[in-house]
Design a protein around this ligand. Structure first.
Ligand code: ATP
Ligand code: MG
Length: 325
């Protein structure tokens, strides 16, 4: 009996050896990431200090290096671009007064992605007011989503000022909205809880119907728990995202990042018509020509060519406005 239990235990352990190995490898990776982040932090602190205090002596920085900080040779030899340590400052993010018709304002915004000295946009200024709609266009990688990240406050490397409507009146709609484990009702009200909101079943049914996804109700009902991320098509998922937005009454600025990329033209038009009725100011990111008709202004972000570098070798991207549709 004892022998049998021992054998069975050893077989169980044998079966899990793969998982142990994976856990070990993942722990090492987490530790390496942790070390790298600590190094970056020390490096940024040191450069910030050097920028703030031009009288910093070689001895002081040497002392820091020997205390475990980055040495200059570490920086040169880093597998990251050595210029990532350049101190580029931070974009200032401010909330606009509730009484102003302005919903978004960028004043001379220059934005850098993490670990890069190549700006995504330089000195960009714009104002978006109640009634305006802006389409952000540009090739992949030109910084469209990054600008939305900066508006949300997730990215701040750079300079200039972003003023926007207070965060609880902004709605960010990504290309693939997050789906929570739960019912259709839970998902359509997400991130709010049904106990916090005053949205009736009839309102949900109407919104789903207007977006052309009432078949989801027929199939799954409003309150059946399901892993919707395994069930919905890309276009259904995007329309569920729109339903979340349309069921809000307090949104003054919607920011949509390729939020209709999976929809056919007809359903995209329906979604934007519903959006226009509900939210009177929005900024969309998108590649499709069909979006142009649903926006009052377009902003084209352009990646500079390699030969466009300025005197310091930095490539300055451009932003071009087109007014009217
Ligand atoms: N977390 C990150 N760390 C470093 N660089 C990043 C990060 N996220 C994005 N980038 C870089 O920033 C640049 C702009 O990315 P962004 O996602 O804003 O592009 P995009 O214009 O939205 O492109 P797409 O049309 O493909 O969505 C890209 O070169 C990208 O590789
Ligand atoms: Mg993007």
């Amino acid at each position: 009996m004892l022998f049998h239990s021992l054998m069975s235990g050893m077989m169980d352990i044998g079966k899990e050896l793969d998982s142990f190995a994976r856990l070990g490898a993942e722990s090492v990776r987490v530790q390496e990431l942790w070390d790298a982040l600590a190094k970056i932090q020390r490096c940024q602190d040191r450069h910030g200090k050097m920028n703030d205090d031009s009288s910093t002596t070689v001895c002081e920085s040497d002392a820091e290096s020997s205390a475990g900080s980055f040495s200059d040779s570490d920086i040169e030899n880093s597998s990251l671009d050595s210029s990532f340590v350049a101190h580029v400052g931070a974009v200032t993010l401010e909330e606009l007064e509730v009484t102003t018709p302005v919903r978004l304002q960028l004043c001379s915004v220059t934005l850098y992605p993490p670990l890069s000295h190549e700006p995504l946009m330089c000195d960009l200024s714009l104002t978006v007011k109640q009634g305006d709609s802006l389409l952000l266009e540009g090739a992949s990688g030109t910084g469209k989503s990054s600008l939305l990240r900066a508006i949300a406050g997730l990215w701040s490397r750079g300079s200039g000022t972003i003023r926007r409507t207070r965060l609880d009146r902004c709605f960010f709609l990504p290309q693939a909205p997050y789906l929570c484990l739960g019912s259709l009702r839970d998902n359509v009200l997400y991130p709010r809880d049904q106990t916090e909101v005053d949205v009736t079943s009839d309102q949900i049914i109407e919104v789903l119907g207007s977006l052309g996804i009432s078949h989801l109700l027929d199939r799954h009902g409003l309150d059946m728990d399901l892993d919707f991320s395994n069930v919905l098509s890309g276009g259904e998922r995007q329309r569920l995202g729109f339903a979340r937005l349309l069921l809000r009454d307090d949104i003054e600025l919607a920011l949509l990042d390729e939020a209709t990329s999976a929809l056919d033209d007809e359903n995209e038009l329906i979604a934007y018509q519903l959006l226009k009725k509900k939210v009177h100011c929005y900024v969309s990111v998108g590649h499709r020509a069909s979006l142009v008709a649903n926006h009052s202004t377009r902003l084209q972000l352009t990646r500079p060519s390699k030969s466009d570098g300025d005197a310091s070798g930095v490539h300055r991207p451009e932003a071009k406005f087109h007014f009217g549709t």
